[in-house]
Design a protein around this ligand. Structure first.
Ligand SMILES: [Zn+2]
Ligand SMILES: [Zn+2]
Ligand SMILES: [Zn+2]
Length: 151
């Protein structure tokens, strides 16, 4: 490996807020708090998780504020959401670089991965069909290592 200075993982702390400002999403102190929770989370938080975390940091935050902020973020396209085969949504910062997901059907654990061959293959499939790919999502469902051992 060449000496490329820790690329990728150094997203600036204000990244997502900056994106919201660029997209002209109206921000309040509470909205900023919710945005930073989503940005800093390494997992894929669902609504409940975000609400719990927000409440912990600012007890005056109500469930409606969290709901409205997430709705607004979706409208302004400043959040990525996945359903992972469940009824509720999981939220993730759109600034995070592209990756795909492995989802455990037993414990709900989510593993992120990026495979250059797969990425290339998807582009090839698209172009073979005269299709210009703009985005894609891949979710692989199954049983994780830990859960597999328990069976
Ligand atoms: Zn991919
Ligand atoms: Zn599992
Ligand atoms: Zn992810």
């Amino acid at each position: 490996m060449a000496s490329s200075k820790k690329r990728g993982k150094t997203a600036p702390k204000t990244g997502l807020i900056k994106l919201c400002l660029e997209k002209r999403m109206p921000l309040t102190k509470k909205r900023k708090l919710i945005i930073s929770i989503i940005e800093k989370s390494s997992s894929h938080m669902d609504f409940e998780g975000i609400y719990r975390e927000a409440k912990k940091r600012d007890p005056s935050i109500g469930i409606a504020t969290v709901y409205r902020t997430l709705k607004l973020m979706r409208e302004f396209q400043v959040v990525t959401h996945h359903s992972f085969g469940q009824e509720h949504k999981h939220f993730e910062s759109p600034i995070k670089s592209h990756h795909d997901h492995l989802v455990c059907n037993e414990c709900g654990n989510i593993i992120e991965f990026l495979d250059p061959c797969l990425e290339k293959l998807k582009l090839e499939i698209a172009s073979r069909n005269g299709f210009r790919m703009q985005s894609h999502k891949l979710e692989i469902f199954g049983i994780c290592k830990t859960c597999f051992k328990k069976i």
